[in-house]
Design a protein around this ligand. Structure first.
Ligand code: ASP
Length: 301
């Protein structure tokens, strides 16, 4: 019998209707009451860490989740984090970078409808997440709608439908079938050596639009790290060249990502991309937005 820890953090999965709209209310133990099948293959302890809509989570909250896992890493075979879906991808990516050396599964899940609501995806997602955590494969993943998504590739692409997540730029790692069987389609990655020493949340993500005014950049001078979400394969518009150069000269590190969900940045391809290279901007490759933020916050790039 596998021993798991459920870390409850809030989100729709734990929500109840209030006079102010949906708000997290269910404890981890209350969530577990909805999936009695768990006792067939595992025992689950509960850590009620926080009860928040994931819109309200900050880096400190995400670090608290990582610490809750580390504190009890020797006690459990796997960890399940029940989380709001809106920023689940940010948490998955950050934990992916922070818990690189962990030899246990860490599985994030949530739901689009509250636990107990008619046709809710919550019981299936929580049960599937526990099945994946009990399966024993190390690493940070998200389990939603039967898919096992790598922690650094999670994207929420739909705000209302039940199947709301995809794995950007790489196939899902596997699936959990209707029969409850965990199937891995991608081989396990070897464990990475060590976790980052410190985390700097002072990273600004700025979306370029075709008419963004160059004067806007002067307000950012000296800000530690700025990620520019550019178009397609990546590049700096000619009319912003001077403004981005001044920003870099002000000691801000400037990174380039793409508005495209997959395919990544290829700065050497077009003249507009070479312009970015010549300015000293750093490509974030094919990372998702959430993974790019996590990698930069952890000082990996
Ligand atoms: N607003 C909710 C949250 O992210 C949405 C959800 O969980 O589906 O906490």
């Amino acid at each position: 019998m596998k021993k798991l820890l459920l870390i409850a953090t809030g989100g729709t999965i734990a929500c109840r209707e209030t006079e102010n709209g949906l708000s997290p209310a269910l404890s981890g133990t209350e969530l577990l009451h909805f999936i009695p099948q768990l006792s067939d293959f595992c025992t689950v302890d509960v850590c009620d860490l926080m009860q928040l809509d994931s819109t309200d989570l900050t880096a400190d909250d995400r670090l608290a989740m990582a610490q809750a896992v580390r504190r009890d890493a020797d006690q459990y075979d796997g960890f399940v984090i029940a989380h709001g879906t809106d920023t689940l991808a940010y948490t998955a990516a950050l934990l992916y970078h922070i818990l690189t050396d962990l030899t246990k599964p860490v599985v994030l899940t949530g739901s689009m409808l509250p636990m107990g609501a008619s046709s809710s995806d919550a019981p299936r997602n929580l049960l599937d997440a526990c099945r994946v955590a009990a399966d024993g494969r190390a690493g940070v993943v998200a389990v939603l709608c039967g898919k096992i998504l790598p922690g650094n590739r999670v994207v929420k692409f739909h705000s209302t439908q039940i199947d709301a997540f995809l794995s950007a730029g790489a196939p899902p790692l596997g699936t959990v079938g209707a029969d409850g069987k965990v199937r891995w389609d991608v081989p396990a990655a070897p464990p990475a050596p060590s976790a980052p020493a410190a985390l700097d949340p002072h990273v600004l993500l700025l979306k370029l639009t075709p008419d963004l005014e160059p004067s806007f950049f002067s307000a950012l001078h000296g800000y530690p790290k700025v990620i520019l979400e550019t178009f397609g394969a990546g590049g700096i518009p000619a009319r912003l060249e001077h403004a981005v150069r001044a920003l870099i000269e002000s000691s801000t590190r400037v990174y380039i990502t793409s508005q495209c969900t997959a395919g990544g940045v290829h700065l050497h391809h077009y003249a507009v991309g070479r312009r970015a290279e010549a300015l000293g901007a750093i490509s974030l490759g094919d990372r998702t937005t959430e993974d790019a933020l996590a990698a930069v916050m952890c000082g990996e790039i």
